[in-house]
Ligand binder design. Structure first.
Ligand SMILES: *Cc1c(COP(=O)(O)O)cnc(C)c1O
Length: 388
């Protein structure tokens, strides 16, 4: 067994697929000390710069003083604290923008929220229609579910699959913002199909929540969509800067998850202090400071795109259009993407190279992520380094 695994690892190495971790010794911020070296980083999902916001950090400390370090048990035993309850209520009220009468359930991570929601809603007799580019956690949720599965790559394909399906119940599952491309799913069309076919639409807004839409209410809010068929998953470790996730949906759907979703039931509730800190970060997201931070992000996105376009044309890079902080630069093969990342690193700039299987073969890329805490000067530094 060990020899077999070692052989597999050597094969990955030969294909330039080996992943390595780096060690950060300072808080998440544009200037971060990684492996002992202070670098300008364009790699976190802390889009609003809240991970090290003094108010959020202070709330985490206060939460620890008030509730202690750990929750001690799962939500259904004794781990569901007042802080979790307040967090769920606040998130539910935010979700009312897109779901009438929304209720909400909090989770330790987005990965678990997706496993829970997809597997619990996609039981026997339910057909699941899953977008091809979905995040690994949705794909794994589909694998755990017992219903029949279809994978679609375009709205027309989904339409045909729905029309052909004889399933009693239907669940459509899609990322809102595709994490490696930054583009939005055709959510209006997906919702229309869900309505036509009496289906639920599960939308994973990991990258839109906090960033897009009025008051940061996300991708669906940005598009003005609202329906009781929507099951909204949001993560709280990205724009919200802390950790955890939530599912918001019709009250009956939430009750069903609470009663049956194994990744909800059989795990220790997250530390209540995290929920307490998240209340502060939601306050920031919905308020004026959130508006300012979202406006700054948009300025930086435009600056980066305008600055990169000429060089991309000259060097054969592809820059898919993205109106989100995720800005991919597609270099092509694995070695080219790694070489670009290495040259940036030589200049003190960290941008991760993303390779297959995370993205399709032949589309290895730099995944530049912008954060409201970046300055225009820092984005200029990245541009100058890429142009060199
Ligand atoms: C990050 C991410 C997740 C997982 O969320 P975690 O809280 O990090 O576990 C789920 N879906 C998408 C689209 C993501 O980008």
């Amino acid at each position: 067994m060990i020899e077999f695994l070692a052989q597999q690892l050597r094969e990955r190495e030969a294909q330039v697929l080996t992943r390595r971790r780096r060690e950060a010794s300072t808080p998440t911020a544009p200037m971060q000390t990684i492996d002992g070296r202070t670098m300008l980083a364009f790699c976190s999902n802390d889009y609003l710069g809240l991970a090290n916001h003094p108010r959020v950090v202070a709330a985490l400390q206060e939460g620890a003083r008030r509730y202690g370090a750990g929750s001690g048990a799962s939500h259904l035993i004794s781990g569901h604290s007042q802080a979790h309850e307040q967090l769920e209520q606040r998130l539910a009220s935010m979700a009312q923008t897109v779901i009438p009468d929304a209720r909400c359930l909090s989770f330790c991570t987005g990965y678990m929220a997706n496993l829970a929601a997809v597997s619990a809603l996609g039981g026997d007799g339910t057909a699941i229609f899953s977008e091809r580019l979905n995040h690994a956690s949705l794909i794994d949720g589909v694998r755990l579910a017992r219903g029949e599965r279809r994978v679609f790559g375009a709205v027309d394909e989904l339409r045909a699959q729905l029309a052909a399906s004889g399933a009693a119940r239907k669940l459509i599952v899609s990322d809102a913002v595709f994490s490696m491309d930054g583009h939005l799913a055709p959510l209006a069309e997906l919702l229309q199909l869900a309505e036509q076919h009496d289906a639920l639409l599960l939308v994973d807004d990991a990258h839109g929540f906090g960033v897009l839409g009025p008051r940061g209410h996300g991708s669906l809010a940005q598009l003005g969509l609202r329906s009781e068929r929507i099951v909204l998953v949001g993560t709280l470790g990205k724009a919200a800067g802390v950790g955890g996730a939530f599912v918001a949906a019709h009250p009956v759907v939430i009750d069903w998850l609470l009663q049956t979703a194994r990744p909800y039931i059989f795990t220790t509730a997250s530390p209540p202090a995290l929920a307490h800190a998240l209340l502060s970060s939601l306050e920031l997201i919905e308020g004026e400071e959130g508006e300012r931070r979202r406006a700054q992000l948009e300025l930086l996105q435009t600056q980066l795109q305008d600055g990169l376009a000429p060089a991309a044309a000259a060097r054969g890079w592809t820059l898919p259009r993205s109106d989100t902080p995720i800005q991919p630069l597609i270099a092509g093969d694995n070695a080219a993407a790694l070489a670009l990342a290495a040259r940036l690193e030589d200049q003190g700039i960290r941008v991760p190279a993303i390779r297959p299987p995370t993205v399709p073969a032949g589309t290895a890329r730099l995944r530049i992520t912008l954060c409201a805490a970046h300055s225009a000067e820092q984005v200029e530094r990245l541009l100058q380094a890429l142009l060199r």
